[in-house]
Design a binder for this molecule. Structure first.
Ligand code: DAH
Length: 374
């Protein structure tokens, strides 16, 4: 048999195969169980030893040649297929990437951050306290004993729980804190040991009252402020609030009016009004409320810390004085950024959040700072 001719014919057909399927078909035709080259190998057994010595190597060489040719053809076709795919599937690196959805900073968080930054410039630390509070911290220690009529002014959410009994077996009722003022007590108690040390804190956070209409939500936000030192007077309070509000509203013409008021935890108590006018249907803070076209509006409550409150916090009121204030963050945000419905703050409407939210990557406003050394 002319093994060379058989080999040449096989190699020619393999070389002509132009698909992987065709190569596979040839592999089966030549090397499969019933394949023609396999059949040649089987004939070796019937040959005499001499014949096998001459024919054997030829058949083995033939099988090796065919095997190699098949592998080479397969590799070449696979390579070509890959090339074709790479050529077809080009990636255009100059195309803009699809934008990943990005959240935004809620105006309430933004305003609390802004206030924390302004107050930090003036040496105030940020203090926090629990939202589930006991009625001693929320009321009693703030000079609102049980049955005090001012307790009725807060539409309090009472919880079914009470504190664990103290040494005398007394428990305290638990409430959702109705204001951030209990943080005053917690801060004072932490600072009044060993004769006491000065306090300068703000306490931003959530507060709760059973109240709901266009200007009230059952949960809202306040920032409390507390300063305790020796020789503190109402002048410090007024200067601090004026400086902070100028920085916050980014206006030099903020005019405040301190109006006598009543809070159980301060004596004297003042309500702080700011002048404003209407510009393009929007309330704009600035100027005296007595100026033409202007009015006053109430901004926050404050006063000198009542001596009963200093005592509850462990400070000797004959040595230490302080001022305190509490302001609604949501209202400040509405005023500064021009929203008019408080309820929208807490609806979680993504369109509203996109419109009024702030980029987390933006440097907070207030590039000018408060302009005073700490
Ligand atoms: N806690 C008061 C409220 O929620 C606000 C307030 C008024 C806080 C006067 C104070 C203050 O610290 O001195 O209505």
């Amino acid at each position: 048999m002319d093994y060379q001719a058989i080999g040449q014919d096989a190699l020619a057909r393999i070389a002509a195969a132009d698909t992987l399927e065709a190569v596979e078909a040839l592999r089966i035709e030549f090397l499969g169980k019933q394949g023609s080259v396999s059949a040649l190998l089987k004939t070796l057994g019937a040959l005499s030893p001499e014949e096998r010595q001459t024919t054997g190597p030829k058949i083995h060489a033939l099988r090796e040649g065919v095997t190699e040719a098949l592998a080479a053809a397969k590799a070449a076709l696979e390579g070509a297929a890959l090339e074709a795919r790479l050529a077809a599937e080009t990636i255009d690196l100059t195309l803009p990437a699809p934008e990943a959805p990005r959240g935004s900073v809620h105006p309430v968080s933004q305003v609390m951050d802004e206030l924390a930054e302004i107050f930090a410039d003036m040496g105030f630390a940020v203090a926090t306290g629990p939202e589930i509070e006991d009625d001693w911290h929320n009321f009693t220690a703030l000079n609102m004993p049980e049955s005090h009529p001012a307790r009725a002014m807060h539409d309090t959410f009472y919880l079914p729980d009470v504190t664990p009994p103290d040494a005398d077996g007394n428990t305290r009722e638990m409430v959702l804190r109705t204001h951030t003022s209990p943080v005053q007590i917690r801060t004072m108690l932490a600072a009044s040991g060993d004769g006491g040390e000065p306090v300068r804190i703000i306490a931003p956070g959530r507060v709760y009252r059973s109240d709901s209409d266009a200007t009230h939500t059952p949960m809202f936000h306040q920032v409390e402020g507390l300063v305790i030192d020796k020789g503190i007077h109402l002048g410090h309070l007024k200067w601090t609030l004026e400086t902070v509000l100028k920085a916050f509203f980014e206006r030099d013409d903020i005019v405040l009016r301190l109006r006598p008021s009543y809070f159980p935890f301060t004596e004297p108590s003042v309500e702080v009004d700011t002048g404003y006018s209407w510009v393009d249907g929007r309330r704009v803070v600035g100027g005296s409320g007595d100026a033409p076209g202007h009015s006053w509006m109430e901004l926050l409550g404050s006063g000198m810390v009542n001596r009963h409150v200093l005592e509850a916090g462990g400070f000797d009121p004959d040595q230490w004085q302080g001022f305190a204030f509490g302001v609604g963050v949501d209202r400040l945000a509405m005023l500064k950024y021009g929203m008019n419905d408080l309820r929208a703050f807490f609806d979680g409407d993504v369109r509203w959040l996109r419109h009024y939210g702030f980029s987390a990557l933006d440097v907070p406003t207030l590039s000018a700072g408060v302009g005073v050394a700490a």
